[in-house]
Design a protein around this ligand. Structure first.
Ligand code: SF4
Length: 367
């Protein structure tokens, strides 16, 4: 795509050479970070808009260029089985390899594609880690846009974060190549992967992508030992067909395991889908039922607090393990992250007590 993001470039000290780039005989560079595998011609950028071919070198124009920062409950990512009740220092740069028509962060994700400007703040990796610790976070989340587009920045930050005792979390579209996952996995603790639909036509029409690479990436993350939670935004008339949801849930059980958390999230109009109504509550409830009927143990309803389907129950004895009310978390897990009734360990990461966020009564009995 043409180079349009002059403001982004103006606030980044220097463009940084990228990893997984192969120079071609004609001066083009093949990027191997995501499944688009863009062939980037000289003085052009890849589909994400932030990896540019400058004189045969593919460079990242967003290394350290943070467009969004948040200190969020880890449950907001959403990650329900990782360090419950803690904070995740969350960052994202401009750009994205997808162009989802329902994107909620389109102002930053689609800025390069739209040719709009976006303000960024320069934060070198060490500054991100320092800020996370200053805010009492247990983790750094690479999020808001697809984080593989800033692979080099995420890797450098994640290595420092790991050394500082922080968790590293990806909130991702699941389009990373096996090579990129191989580089990320050693420093990545958990990922929430969007499985936006179980239809390749939906991925092509609504996101500018394909389904198969996402399924491949989910399996690659699992093989690499990254804790996975999966999110599906259910959009009326788009991906809410019960048979499609049933097939998706069955795939999760078969390929990722019955104890993989599945977050079924309610859609609200955004970006280029302003004319589509919010998902009916009954549809979200039915999707949760479909997940459970398929054999998934931990199915959660997102953006639908009226359903009260956000609690975690034991896979062994069905005892209530973690109660959630909004972002308030009431954990009944033992200090080792197990069920206090039957002793079964809850699937997840860092479920024992960790740094608690203010006002989050972890370990307290449910009212
Ligand atoms: S990260 Fe993906 S979209 Fe961006 S240049 Fe590389 S292959 Fe293309």
């Amino acid at each position: 795509m043409p180079l349009v993001h002059s403001l982004i470039r103006s606030v980044v000290p220097a463009a940084v050479p990228t990893r997984l780039a192969e120079l071609q005989p004609d001066g083009s560079v093949r990027c191997g970070v995501c499944a688009h595998r863009c062939l980037v011609r000289p003085d052009r950028a890849g589909i994400c808009g932030v990896r540019e071919n400058r004189d045969g070198v593919l460079v990242s124009t967003v290394y350290g260029a943070v467009a969004a920062i948040g200190v969020d409950p880890i449950e907001k990512k959403p990650l329900f089985h990782v360090a419950p009740g803690t904070l995740a220092y969350s960052i994202g740069t401009p750009g994205c390899p997808f162009h989802c028509m329902f994107c909620q962060n389109w102002e930053i994700a689609q800025a390069p594609r739209l040719g709009t400007t976006v303000s960024t703040r320069h934060m070198p990796p060490e500054r991100v880690v320092d800020a996370a610790r200053e805010h009492g976070a247990a983790a750094i989340a690479y999020t808001y846009v697809e984080p593989t587009i800033f692979l080099e920045y995420a890797l450098d930050t994640a290595r420092l974060a790991r050394a500082a005792g922080l968790l590293n979390l990806f909130v991702t579209d699941g389009y990373a190549t096996p090579e990129a996952i191989g580089m990320l996995a050693p420093v990545l603790d958990a990922a929430n992967v969007d499985l936006k639909s179980f239809s390749d036509a939906f991925y092509r029409r609504r996101c500018g992508a394909r389904l198969a690479p996402v399924l491949d990436a989910l399996q690659a993350y699992r093989r690499a030992g990254t804790w996975l939670e999966v999110t599906t935004l259910v959009i009326p008339g788009e991906n809410d067909d019960p048979s499609e949801l049933r097939a998706l849930a069955a795939w999760l059980v078969e390929n990722l395991g019955a104890e993989t958390p599945w977050h079924v999230s309610r859609f609200f109009p955004a970006f280029r889908m302003l004319d589509v109504p919010p998902t009916p509550i009954a549809t979200v409830r039915r999707a949760v039922e479909i997940g459970r009927e398929a054999g998934l143990v931990h199915v959660y309803a997102g953006n639908a607090p009226e359903l009260g389907l956000e609690d975690t129950r034991c896979a062994g004895c069905d005892a209530l393990l973690i109660e959630r009310r909004g972002y308030r978390v009431f954990s009944r897990l033992t200090d080792t992250g197990s069920c206090s009734t039957c002793g079964r360990a809850l699937a997840g990461r860092n479920l024992a007590r960790g740094p608690e966020r203010p006002g989050a009564p972890r370990g307290a009995p449910c009212g």
